[in-house]
Write a protein that binds this ligand. Structure first.
Ligand code: FMN
Length: 363
């Protein structure tokens, strides 16, 4: 019997992977308030190292980029020192791991910002939804619009974070331009009402993402940089869609392709909702990109087998399934049942529901 494509090796730019299963980035909110990972993170990621690619949880590129308590950072030497055992443990277990670079933009709260400052955004339009502070879930604070002259320093924050990710031993980085955070806020005309070179036309709204990717690629080489997009998701911040998602993302993806970016990682459809295949031509988006394509959102064993066998995706990223199934690759391979981790284990806490699960007793 031939091995199904899902379990065969491939490469994303310069990153060689042993199978087509990626672990989607998953915020688990188990770092310190200073953004320093605990030693548990090394155990957690190493447990999942049979995935072809681990995409480590969204990680703040700066203090300003923070929107949730207990999320990790990559902007101090202490952050680098705390990530190093994670990458070492993953590599010792035969895995590959990239870091997702995160700036939340308006999805933040004054209580998480230096000196109680307002969060920054393309325009002063408040987000919906909620962010997680030390006090629990709270509505995001009113943001202020970034001044044009602040943008070079913002791009420099991404570059410094990319350098630190390299010092921490990652195999590459994923620029988080999805899920209603800063770069997507710039991309969508629903959240970007700027009149400078970073607002208005599609070219202008895509500019910040492209400049960030160029800066990060200057550190890593484009063949170790991926980009995450979510053209159809409104889930985080109740962020309204762009008025022309296909054109906006089509333009961006063609530019990323020309830059030689290693992979595109698309959250297809609405987060934890429908796959959205009818509302958006994911295949056209993929066709516009020369590098590898990672599909995500609601994939199951059969849909992942099909997508990779039919060449619709190079890899499939699984999110929730990896929380309760560190051995997901083996379970998919042998068609074993999956454990459905309770949502109460997702964010915060210690080892329980992170590196350990008390398996529920059979009824
Ligand atoms: C607990 C949790 C944390 C998440 N954290 C992140 C994150 O840090 N970065 C990100 O881009 N997406 C994040 N997501 C979205 C997942 O990466 C993924 O897109 C989503 O769960 C859909 O995939 P799935 O159906 O396989 O779970 C998170 C999802 C969950 C459930």
């Amino acid at each position: 019997m031939t091995t199904p494509t899902l379990f065969t090796p491939t490469r994303l730019g310069a990153i060689e992977v042993k199978n087509r299963i990626a672990m989607a980035p998953l915020t688990r909110s188990r770092a310190g308030m200073d953004g320093v990972q605990t030693p548990l993170a090394a155990t957690y990621y190493a447990q999942r190292a049979s995935a072809g690619l681990l995409i480590a949880e969204a990680t703040n590129i700066s203090r300003q980029g923070r929107g949730y308590a207990y999320t990790p950072g990559i902007y101090t030497d202490a952050h680098v020192a705390a990530w190093r055992p994670v990458t070492d443990a993953v590599h010792a277990a035969g895995g590959k791991i990239v870091l997702q670079l995160w700036h939340v933009g308006r999805m933040s709260h004054v209580g998480l910002q230096e000196g109680g400052a307002a969060p920054v955004a393309p325009s002063a339009i408040p987000a919906g939804g909620s962010v997680f502070t030390e006090q629990g879930f709270e509505p995001p604070s009113m943001p202020r619009a970034l001044r044009t002259d602040e943008i070079p320093a913002l791009i420099e924050d991404y570059r410094q974070a990319a350098l630190r990710a390299q010092a921490a031993g990652f195999d590459g980085v994923e620029v988080h331009a999805a899920n209603g955070y800063l770069l997507e806020q710039f991309l969508r005309d629903s959240t970007n009402q700027r009149t400078d070179a970073y607002g208005g036309s599609i070219e202008n709204r895509a500019r910040l993402t492209l400049e960030v990717v160029a800066a990060v690629a200057g550190v890593w080489g484009a063949d170790r940089v991926g980009v995450r997009l979510s053209p159809l998701s409104t889930a985080i911040g109740d962020t309204p869609l762009d008025s022309t998602p296909m054109q906006t993302h089509g333009y961006l993806v063609a530019k990323l392709s020309a830059m030689g970016v290693a992979y595109l990682h698309v959250m297809e459809g609405q987060m934890h909702g429908g796959n959205g295949a009818d509302a958006f031509d994911i295949r056209a988006l993929r066709a516009a990109f020369a590098g590898a394509y990672i599909a995500n959102n609601g994939y199951e064993r059969q849909t992942a087998l099909d997508a990779t066998a039919q060449g619709r995706a190079d890899l499939v990223a699984f999110g929730r399934a990896f929380i309760g199934n560190p051995d997901l690759v083996a379970r998919l391979r042998h068609n074993r049942p999956l454990f459905d981790a309770p949502q109460s284990s997702y964010f915060g806490g210690g080892a329980d529901g992170y590196t350990d699960f008390t398996q529920p007793q059979a009824a």
